[in-house]
Design a protein. Structure first.
Lengths: 134, 372
């Protein structure tokens, strides 16, 4: 979880895309990130996230669950890497999967957080990629 | 006649015939092949399964120790291998037995042949059974490990919501500038409460699984209307139904009353409906509650991904699911649990499905204990 990636054009400057299939977790992430001053957009799975990314402005960071219906996290990463416009957006995996370190090392993402994540850890990590203008 | 497949490693055809006759006399229906080179033996082993190898000790182009080595590195390494030969001297005999030959029978005393073969077949059978029991045990351990990993994954999802919502609300409460509306607070507390319920449900299911596997499932029967129950479950699942986009077509009118365990039948109905929503691809779901006189029947039909024929029996087994876990949440045990509960009521559960066209699940429950 070190390289924040190259600067990219985003609008608004601090938007996080949350990709998560569980309704309550998605909503919780939306609330706490929104409460901390971030713009939040959400998607229920990888395919929906791609649709968002290809039709609108780009977020500064993607918070990505791994096990999701339709298109899972790994498949989403592969698609994102193939699209030169989307590839620079850093991804933080947020998952309850076992052997998570092994799983994410294959995905070449910016970092990962384990569920159930602590709010402080979540906000510290997000802040590294996406700082709110005070 | 007991069938016996014998591979003779023997250069003298008459000697093989003699052994063949000896086995026939003992009541065996012998299928045999005779080989006298390593190449032919390897081919015979690769071609078909055998019960026993009877090998001469020394042949012009092959020996018993070589044949034994070849057998051990073949695809049937545990076949009993007996040496049937003229006198070969103590040293060779001992060396052969040490190398793993099961026995040594002298051609001039063939009376020992059949008992030796029978003993070896018995032992081979025991080895096979032990191996199978071990494999079954290993499979059960793998399944349990997989179940534990899925269970912990499932528990972490509502825990994530709990942690984030509670910490977020706490933070807002401590921040004087926070202007969280009462509505917001209420809806976030509702999410907290839902997550606590989910955790409690998951723990209940874990306990239920333990109760069933240890044979301690006791039903708490009471008069219950299956129609009303289906209505209640539909209300509980309202949010996920709306999210899925599936419309519900419901036929559950006159009460269908039986003497059933409310909580457990509710979990069965919830499981079947949750599956229909999960695998229904947003297409309509049909639900019918029918009164069959002595029994009540619930039918749930979705028009989603369906289940391949090979998977249809498997899905009622423990820790099985037809689609990979990563795509759909849940313990992968819901249908097994449902079947156990329905069967504990003396009822039955069945599935009919075609991949790509959807699935039809039906349960039938005897009404027992209810006056007509």
């Amino acid at each position: 979880m070190t390289d924040p990636g190259p600067e990219i054009q985003t609008d608004p400057p601090c938007t996080v895309l949350v990709v998560e299939d569980d309704h309550d977790v998605r909503e919780a992430l939306e609330e706490v990130l929104g409460g901390a001053g971030y713009g939040v957009i959400t998607a229920r799975h990888g395919a929906e996230a791609l649709t968002h990314l290809r039709s609108g402005s780009l977020p500064a960071l993607i918070l990505l669950d791994l096990s999701m219906p339709v298109m899972d996290g790994a498949a989403f990463c592969a698609e994102q890497k193939k699209d030169p416009r989307l590839a620079p957006i850093p991804i933080i995996v947020l998952s309850a999967a076992g052997a998570l370190a092994d799983k994410v090392s294959a995905l070449a993402v910016a970092g990962y957080l384990r569920k159930p994540v602590r709010l402080d850890d979540l906000l510290t990590t997000v802040e590294r990629f996406c700082s709110i203008p005070s | 006649m007991k069938p016996l497949r014998v591979l003779f490693v023997e250069d003298v055809a008459d000697d093989a015939t003699l052994l063949h006759l000896e086995l026939r006399r003992a009541g065996y229906a012998v299928t045999a092949e005779r080989v006298e080179t390593a190449q032919d033996m390897a081919a015979a082993l690769a071609r078909s399964p055998w019960d026993v190898v009877l090998s001469d000790y020394s042949m012009p182009r092959f020996t018993a120790p070589d044949a034994l080595a070849l057998l051990r590195s073949s695809s049937q390494p545990e076949l009993p291998f007996l040496i049937v030969s003229g006198s070969i001297g103590e040293e060779s005999a001992v060396a052969s037995l040490k190398a793993g030959a099961a026995d040594f029978v002298i051609k001039s005393n063939l009376a020992r042949l059949v008992p030796a073969i029978e003993r070896e077949l018995g032992e081979a059978q025991m080895r096979r059974e032990r191996r199978e029991a071990l494999a079954a045990l290993e499979q059960a351990i793998r399944a349990r490990d997989e179940f534990l990993s899925i269970a912990s994954h499932e528990l972490k999802t509502p825990l994530t919501t709990l942690r984030l919502q509670v910490a977020g609300l706490l933070r807002a409460a401590e921040n004087a500038r926070s202007n969280l509306s009462d509505d917001k607070v209420r809806s976030r507390l509702a999410a907290v409460s839902r997550s606590a319920d989910r955790l409690a449900d998951l723990v209940d299911r874990l306990l239920e699984i333990t109760r069933i596997t240890t044979g301690r499932l006791e039903l708490d029967r009471q008069d219950l209307d299956l129609c009303a129950l289906v209505h209640e479950v539909l209300t509980d699942l309202d949010t996920s139904l709306r999210e899925s986009g599936s419309a519900v077509m419901l036929q559950a009118d006159p009460p269908v009353i039986g003497h059933w365990d409310r909580q457990r039948i509710e979990s069965v109905v919830t499981n079947l409906l949750t599956n229909a929503i999960k695998y229904g691809e947003g297409k309509p779901i049909e639900i019918m509650v029918e009164d069959l006189g002595p029994r009540g029947r619930l039918v749930i039909i979705d028009h989603g991904i369906g289940i391949a024929e090979a998977d249809q029996r498997r899905i009622f087994e423990r820790f099985e699911r037809a689609v990979p876990e990563r795509h759909f949440g849940g313990f992968g045990i819901g249908l097994w649990l449902s079947r156990q509960i329905v069967e504990a009521h003396g009822g039955c559960i069945a599935v009919a499905s075609r991949p790509g066209e959807g699935s039809r699940f039906a349960i039938e429950l005897p009404k027992i204990g209810v006056a007509a």
